[in-house]
Design a protein around this ligand. Sequence first.
Ligand SMILES: Cc1cc2nc3c(=O)[nH]c(=O)nc-3n(C[C@H](O)[C@H](O)[C@H](O)COP(=O)(O)OP(=O)(O)OC[C@H]3O[C@@H](n4cnc5c(N)ncnc54)[C@H](O)[C@@H]3O)c2cc1C
Length: 438
Amino acid sequence: MSPSIGIIGDGFGAAAFVLHLSQHAPEYLDNLIIFGTGTLGSGAAYACATPDYKLNVRSDLMRLWPDNPSHFTAWAKQYLDDDDAHHPAGAFYQRRDFARYVSACLADLPQKITQISEHVIQARALTDSADTRWQVETEHGARYQCDHLILATGNPKPIWPCSVHLPDDDKRLIQSVWKGDWQTSVGSGEDVNIIGGGLTAMDVIYALFQAGHKGQIKVITPNGMLPPVQMPWTVKPAFNWPECRTACDVVRAARSILGPDWTQISWQESFEALRIGLNDVYQGLSGNERRRLMRHFGGWWMLTRFRCGPHTHAAASALQKAGQLQVLSGRALSLDEHKANIQLTLSGGAALISDKVINCTGPAGDALLSSMLARGLLQPSSSGRGISVSALLACYRPDKSPWQSLSAIGSMTGGSLGDIVAASSIARQASIVAQRLA
Ligand SMILES: Cc1cc2nc3c(=O)[nH]c(=O)nc-3n(C[C@H](O)[C@H](O)[C@H](O)COP(=O)(O)OP(=O)(O)OC[C@H]3O[C@@H](n4cnc5c(N)ncnc54)[C@H](O)[C@@H]3O)c2cc1C
């Protein structure tokens, strides 16, 4: 009989694992359970109702099958009627349509996948041995056991990055916009302060622009900049990384190929060529050097790595030109009542008043992973971010040897393995775990 597999999380990572497992050991799908309350494959990124949220990368980079980069593009050409997606930099489809694509791939499976629509609050090893069985407990107290457990919990909903002296249910505060269901709660003439200036802020700016928003918009972000835009770049051969032992070696090598102007197509081409081997270079660094790299280089990396789609960039530029959008450098300290409005106080003391405040900071901490770390079932990565995993995605035991029966897929492995955020990196991980278990 095939081993039983449990997956905690029902997002893109879980769906990619199911699809890759169907290629390598289809019979295992009969004995697989997925835990999560959403539609399998949608997760935090693609479970959005609005047409205003587009993919941040062009369609050929949204790879469910690493060996078949044109799979999504071919599906989109056949099933989507979205002229607005097309741009000289590529086709940037709606995120909700990517969820439809993943669902369509799952619908082709002969088996029906078992999903328990509950949140998992606890996971525990049934013995101390490396190949132990696992028990998970859901929020309603139900317990399930499996031979192999996969953590695919992804991106926990953002929380406010500052103290909030207002009621939890205050309608003027929008804590998370990922679902794309907040637009009707912002009046057309209202002034809006946005905390965070990354890709989520760009989604919000684009949605406001599309709605013909008339009020003032302020974006508050530590570096005072919005992300650069995706260029019409073509894939170049991988950068030939020299041996890098230190964070300085990595930065020096990167500088040797990157020019000064990130608005050039050639700059993004060089950057993408660098990225191909970067995770191997990162994994070759000691924990100390990884931390140094992130400390000195992390902010720059976050800014240059996460480029926005051309539609969102054009909307932000138009609003800035019209004097309706301002980008301010600062960190949010607190949110307070100010007459009928909200006062956002920045760490430098500046006070910004608006009708609505929208939180566009990144994912929060993961309660389940924290609890497993606290009980020694997982080990922290040596870089201090996320959990420690092997190159084959096995999690580590308290004695630092790998569990044979506990794996992880997704961004929580980034501290160990490098840049693991994009759908294509997560699909590659899903394929590795599926092949290892088959
Ligand atoms: C808003 C947003 C937009 C993005 N856009 C892009 C893009 O355009 N292109 C790209 O390549 N990447 C994008 N990404 C990156 C994205 O992280 C990956 O593409 C991918 O979707 C992540 O999949 P995942 O399964 O690891 O995580 P998630 O999509 O976060 O899925 C995890 C799922 O597990 C569930 N879950 C979590 N904990 C538990 C628990 N304890 N019990 C049960 N269920 C649980 C969650 O509710 C969620 O549904 C985006 C990310 C976000 C947040």
